[in-house]
Structure formats: C-alpha cells, structure tokens
Ligand binder design. Structure first.
Ligand code: NAD
Ligand code: IPM
Ligand code: MN
Length: 365
C-alpha cells in the first residue's frame, strides 16, 4: 500500500528516536512491498526557532493531509521560561486539537525480561496488560486561562459529548480485550468528574457485556501500584491520564518504553512515545527509541490497517528486550544506534521465519 507519513522530530531526543522509527518503517515497507513517503516538518521549539511559532501553518497542513503523523517530543529548557509568550508544548496541544484526536491510547505491558527494572515485586507484574484511554483534547489543558499579578486560573471544562465519545471508544476497545472498563475521576470533588461519571454510567448501559468499575484518581494512583494486573481498559480525563501513564511507565521499567496512539473519528492518527524531550540526555545518542518504535507499530495497526506488520515490529522489539542490547535506562550500555540495529536485525529475522513457516506457530521473541 501507499501511505504518506508526516514525521515531526521536534526537540531534544525527539529527532534521535524518530529517526529509529523511520528506519523501522522503511524496513517494513521494503520487506512487505509498501510505499511509505516521509515528510519531515517542524514542530515545538525547533519550529519556534525557525519560524517563530510552535505549529507553523505548513506543518499543520501537512499533518491534515497525511495518513498518519509520528512525533518525537517537544520542549526543553531553552523554551521553558515561565514568562515566555510562546511555548513548544502549545504546538503539540494545538496539533492534537486540530487533528481532533480525542482518544489517546497508551498500552502498558511488562516484558518479563525487564521485571527487575520495575519498582514492583515480580508477583505483582505477572499478567499486567492495561490499555489507558486518555481523553486528549479537553479538560484543563484547553480551558480558559487567566493570569493576574498574584493569581492564575485554568478552567477545566468538559461537555457531555466530549466525554461520551472517548468513553464509547474505551468500551469498544474493551470488547476486543478482557471486557472490563475502569473509569477514573474525582467525582467526590469535581463537577466535571460528576458529569464524567454520569455519562460513563449512561454509555455503559449500551455495553452490558463489559464490566464497569469507577475509581477516584487518588485511589487509582495507589491501586496501579498494588494490583496493576486487575485492570484492563482504564479511561480517564486528560490531566489524570497524563499523570497515571507516567506512573504506568515506571511499572514497565522505563518511561522510554511506552508508546501512544491518538485517534479521532477517521483512520488518520498522531503517534508519539509518552516521554518528553529528555533534555538531560539529548544529543548524546543514548535515548531509548523503543517507545517511538512501538508507536510506529501502533501507526501501522491503527492508521494503515497493517496488523501483520505491526505484530512483526512488536515481536522484533520483544526479541531485543529479551536478548539485548539495552539502552542505559534499561540498565544496559547500548546507544540508540545499537538498539536500532538490533531491532532491524530482529525484524529481518522475524520476517524470514514467517516466510519460511507461513502457517506454523511463530516463535519469535
Ligand atoms: P521527560 O519525559 O523528557 O524525561 C523524564 C526522565 O525520563 C528524564 O530523566 C529522561 O532522561 C528520561 N527519559 C525520557 N525519555 C527517555 C528515553 N527515550 N530514553 C531514556 N530516558 C528517557 O520529562 P521532563 O524532563 O519532565 O520534560 C522535558 C521536556 O519534555 C519538557 O519541556 C516537557 O514539556 C516535554 N515533554 C514533552 C512531551 C511530548 O512531546 N509528548 C511529553 C512529556 C514532556
Ligand atoms: C504527554 C506530555 C504532554 C501532555 C505535554 C508535553 C503537553 O506530557 O504527551 O504526556 O501533557 O499531554
Ligand atoms: Mn505526559
């Protein structure tokens, strides 16, 4: 198939990790006979430096015309002055809003070979497989902001329709999994959470085959650590989802591992690792590219409907996590390029094996 993919390397480690994901997508295209074109565009601090704004019109237009967008990360100390008029992160938020990608899927699984890196004990890690569905285009991120000499406000606003569409997506996704949805809110305090909970209860009536549980966000932060294997699909508002998924990444062993897919109504989507620009290691060639490579796998699956290819990439990553090499955040010494080469080699091995045993049980990883 033919696909047009916009690449937004962004800032910090963003260019380093997106380059690896592009190499993987190129290998997929070559092996499976697809034609992917990559259109690199500016976003974030890099765009502020070059064009004075974090989401130039040319970038947005390219993203709106693309089949999918793969983003590295935005932000960094250079643009973090609290008094700055324009910030890299505004570009990312504007892009999410303009693309209408209201459902941010952040899967968490724990690779057995990485159990020792998790702060949790082995027995808690068995069978951890959670899909966070984070509302991405509403809430405090997008409400009115005010700033006075000695005060500031961020309005947290949700409409029922905004809640309903992301909650429906969560229930639909649960049907393809273990049919369990946990809705996370703060309904004991926040009015938006009471609207959220009422809407969840109404939508749930259309999914009698899916079990529903409500948790308050403070308690959920604790439960994720005490019984992470009990959760299947976790749906929550924008800010709670941001915070809980960094916590989830720590359970997996590193923030560098978790991918995400941001989806709206159509097939097009925005794909990014959940980590940031990692300014402390940027430019050193040591960033873990796996969260971005797994985001590319999600891109193959959700935007291009290439599930076999997505599985091949995931199997290759699994192989590398099992056998190494590992980047520093995973306790190893490998640089980004060494991990890239290992993923590419594992991918080639997986495909050769699949070609040799097309219907057999594939042992890969
Ligand atoms: P961060 O995610 O950039 O880094 C947190 C820690 O995790 C750092 O120690 C970093 O070295 C490590 N880390 C992150 N990704 C890694 C990787 N791939 N490999 C190895 N180690 C990795 O969070 P932060 O330091 O709080 O934020 C830095 C900047 O990134 C801020 O400007 C923030 O706004 C921005 N940010 C952007 C995104 C995004 O673009 N989607 C996400 C989060 C943060
Ligand atoms: C993320 C990031 C972003 C968010 C920032 C950079 C705007 O932390 O993608 O998780 O808060 O959504
Ligand atoms: Mn975040």
């Amino acid at each position: 198939m033919k696909a047009r993919i916009v690449i937004l390397p962004g800032d910090g480690v963003g260019p380093e990790v997106t380059a690896v994901a592009v190499a993987v997508l190129e290998a997929v295209a070559a092996h499976y006979g697809h034609e992917f074109t990559f259109d690199r565009q500016l976003v974030g601090g890099a765009a502020i430096d070059a064009a004075g704004e974090p989401l130039p019109a040319a970038t947005l237009a390219a993203c709106q015309a693309a089949d999918a967008v793969l983003l590295g990360a935005v932000g960094g100390p250079k643009w973090s002055d609290p008094n700055a008029k324009v910030r890299p992160e505004q570009g990312l938020l504007a892009l999410r809003a303009a693309l209408g990608v209201y459902a941010n899927l952040r899967p968490l699984s724990v690779h057995p070979a990485l159990a020792a890196l998790s702060p949790l004990k082995d027995e808690k890690l068995r069978d951890v497989d959670v899909l966070f569905v984070r509302e991405l285009t509403g809430g405090a991120y997008f409400g009115a902001k005010t700033r006075g000499a000695d005060y500031a406000t961020d309005e947290c606003r949700y409409t029922e329709a905004e809640v309903e569409r992301v909650v429906r997506r969560a229930f639909e996704l649960a049907r393809g999994r273990r049919r369990h949805v946990t809705s996370v809110d703060k309904a004991n305090v926040l009015e938006t959470s009471r609207l959220w909970r009422r809407t969840v209860m109404r939508v749930a009536a259309d999914y009698p085959d899916v079990a529903l549980e409500h948790q308050l966000v403070d308690s959920m932060a604790m439960l994720l650590l005490t019984r992470p294997a009990s959760y299947d699909v976790v749906v929550t508002e924008n800010l709670f989802g941001d915070i809980l998924t960094d916590e989830a990444a720590a359970i997996a062993g590193s923030l560098g591992l978790l991918p995400s897919a941001s989806l709206g109504e159509g097939r097009a989507g925005l794909y990014e690792p959940i980590h940031g620009s990692a300014p402390d290691i940027a430019g050193q060639g040591v960033a873990n590219p796996i969260g971005t490579v797994l985001s590319a796998a999600l891109l193959l699956r959700h935007s291009l409907q290439l599930d076999v290819e997505a599985q091949a990439v995931e199997a290759a990553v699994g192989h590398v996590l099992q056998h190494g090499p590992r980047s520093r955040d995973l306790g190893g010494h490998a640089g980004t390029a060494e991990v890239r080469d290992a993923v590419l080699a594992a991918l080639a091995g997986h495909i050769a094996h699949a070609d040799a045993f097309p219907r057999g049980v594939r042992a890969c990883g």
